[in-house]
Design a protein around this ligand. Sequence first.
Ligand code: ZN
Length: 154
Amino acid sequence: MGTTTMRINLRWQKDQTPVQVVANPRAAKDGFTNCSLGNGQTFELNWRDSLKPDGSLSQCPACHCRELFSRRDFPQRTGLAIVAIGAIAAMVLWSLGQVIWGFAALGAVTLIDALIVPFVGRCLVCYRCRSEFRDLPIPRSHPGWDLATGEKYR
Ligand SMILES: [Zn+2]
């Protein structure tokens, strides 16, 4: 699957400021990667029990939680900017009496948003520790955020 390194926003506890880690699970010695937490401490990622043959994850290598959800890895700010530009354009057009073009601007923004979805990567997030895993194969069927599951880990 091309990339061999995984980008991880590691949280070893919930609500912790994440530490950026780049790991190569397949090259990890004995199936473990030792990450530096930057404060002299290290943290062990367990690939041995977490990595599936296809490179995706069966559990969180940080906290061993078996439940992860997938989500669009879309920079929130970019999304907001696109929507804001569309809204401003629509208001300006409406103020000029261009009602149809105002709606067209909103429609265009919605369309842009929908069109880029397939090109936006997805990431896996651990329900328990909220570590985020990027640059790994994620099966299309992998479920997204589920409220009931999320409640279990609050
Ligand atoms: Zn976890």
